[in-house]
Design a protein around this ligand. Structure first.
Ligand SMILES: Nc1ncnc2c1ncn2[C@@H]1O[C@H](COP(=O)(O)OP(=O)(O)OP(=O)(O)O)[C@@H](O)[C@H]1O
Ligand SMILES: [Mg+2]
Length: 256
């Protein structure tokens, strides 16, 4: 069953010199898949994710969620995680995580129960009463993930969620995300420009070309899980993807 179906999708940002961000994107994402959108800076990864989230509309073509045109944001089917966790500084970690439940009108005891469960899921037990400025960058990312998960969305849309954290934390967050994805059977669309991260996480990598963003190539990463970093097969896949990415950034004369 397809969760997202994107057909002949273009996105042009109007202006004195219009920017064609996405060009003829065709993409289908199946239930339970972990799809990574990879590509150089400015190639339209965030724009595509925002269209899937209903935060932007296509200029031509269409994007569907369960065969319904995506007309706007909202709904419990989607959880969105941005690059900076975008926590509200005046709310505690627990109040940030519970925001979606509050909006939904859940009772206080039920909210607390669900928030506690999600804080535990992302390794933040005991930090609910802290404010965002009192926790580390990695912890903020975890809180952002918990906030996206509280409504039990079927799909997580994540835009470079681990871009701002140190390498060790990033690795831990990647592993934790995989275990959440496996345990709770989510569909994940994850944006990154980090090839190692893409190959470690993805079932499928969709490589976008720069200006305008087109699907240059897709890679099925059918390596068994749990994956081990440094595994030879993983490194081989990484080399393949690097090569394709490099070819995009510095096209040969033959290809130009
Ligand atoms: N609101 C906007 N108005 C005008 N142009 C925009 C807007 N948003 C994005 N763009 C342009 O569209 C193109 C794609 O931007 P987008 O943010 O999707 O790229 P990206 O692949 O996510 O880049 P990065 O890796 O740097 O985050 C860029 O050229 C950008 O300048
Ligand atoms: Mg981006």
């Amino acid at each position: 069953m397809s969760v997202f179906t994107v057909t002949a999708l273009d996105k042009v940002f109007p202006g004195a010199s219009p920017v064609r961000a996405l060009d003829k994107i065709d993409l289908t994402i199946e239930a339970g898949e972990f799809v990574v959108l990879l590509g150089p800076s400015g190639c339209g990864k965030s724009t595509l994710l925002e269209i899937l989230a209903g935060l932007q509309l296509p200029s031509a073509g269409e994007a569907r969620f369960h065969d319904q045109p995506i007309a706007g944001p909202g709904g419990r089917g989607l959880g969105v995680v941005f690059q900076d966790a975008s926590l509200m500084p005046w709310r505690t970690v627990a109040a940030n995580v519970g925001l979606g439940l509050e909006i939904r009108g859940e009772s206080k005891p039920r909210t607390q129960q669900i928030v506690d469960r999600h804080l535990e899921l992302v390794g933040l037990t005991g930090f609910g009463s802290k404010y965002p400025h009192q926790i580390s960058g990695g912890m903020k990312q975890r809180a952002g993930i918990a906030r996206a998960l509280v409504n039990d969305p079927e799909v997580l849309l994540m835009d470079e969620p681990f871009g701002a954290v140190d390498y060790i934390t990033r690795i831990k967050l990647q592993e934790d995300l995989i275990s959440i994805w496996e345990k709770h059977q989510k569909t994940i669309v994850f944006v990154t420009h980090d090839v190692g991260e893409a190959v470690f996480l993805a079932d499928r990598i969709v490589l976008l070309s720069p200006r305008p963003g087109r699907i240059a190539e897709t890679f099925a990463i059918d390596l068994p899980r749990p994956r081990r970093r440094g595994d030879l097969e993983l490194l081989k896949q990484e080399a393949r993807v690097y090569e394709a990415l490099h070819a995009l950034e510095a096209p040969s004369h033959a290809a130009a």
